[in-house]
Design a protein around this ligand. Sequence first.
Ligand SMILES: [Zn+2]
Length: 336
Amino acid sequence: MTRIEQNPAPAASTGDASGTDVGRWFATATAPGAAVARGLPRLPAWGPDPRGGYGIVSAPEVVDEALAVLRRASPAAVLTGAGMSTGAGLPDYRGADAVPRSPMTIQEFTGSDLARRRYWARATVGWSHFTRARPGRAHELLAQLGRAVPLTAVITQNVDALHQAAGSDPVIDLHGRLDTVRCLGCGAKISRAVHHERLLTMNPQVARRLPELAAETAQAPDGDAEVDRTADFRYPVCALCGGMLKPDVVFFGESAERARVDAAFEAVADSGALLVLGSSLTVMSGLRFVRRARADGLPVVIVNDGPTRGDELATVRVHGRIEDVLSTWYARLAGA
Ligand SMILES: [Zn+2]
């Protein structure tokens, strides 16, 4: 099996946001599941770790100890990942918003008109799934927790804006937001909802069949051959400068916005602890905050179902479902 090994990433370099390109972020240090599909690396964070380790539940004392650590070192910064949004109505990132099984790289997107047609065709069909997503219990519990104990920020690797919908504040969208479209020419940002309407207007043949196409995609996330055939799909350019429009999310091969990365590091610097929820920390984009926290002497609590790449850095490692752990903590804070 070919393994993607692009990530030498010594701890000392984790703060170098300018030097972190996508290749490093989405590279895998350990994940044997990082298969090469159609010549492209697959995001390892999206597949289960073949080594297993799922479904383990930590003893109540461990859950309590983690809360004690967080309370002693308050306030905490929170880093969240995909494990937060499962069960929130997003059927699957692969199927939800036209994120292909082999994620499209920024180079493909910007370099190929056909790739952009494919991307926007799939994204148009997948948009209805995305807009139906609502905060899950884990989002709601975290927002409640944020009102009970001081949190400096919720730093999320998710692009679904569900933390904001649940009421967490402030939220740093490390990898951007899928509900926003950005012009690569002038930097203007527009609403994805508005962009979606323009796409439908420009592609009446898709607009007519949208519910049918969306249902097909939902039923068979892998079976997007139908959408793939829409090589005649049309998409708009920036109304201000004629530049290329792209969803305002970090693509494979692309860096996060510097301001977002800086804000996240600042939040960690202002915190007494770092709490990781639902991230396997497979990508450097998230792991670097854990490394920074440890380098600064902050305790790190990791709550995740399944192994994470930060496990040996954790002060307390809690196994289990996010919502179960958060609800236990919340009950302790409210009742005890
Ligand atoms: Zn523009």
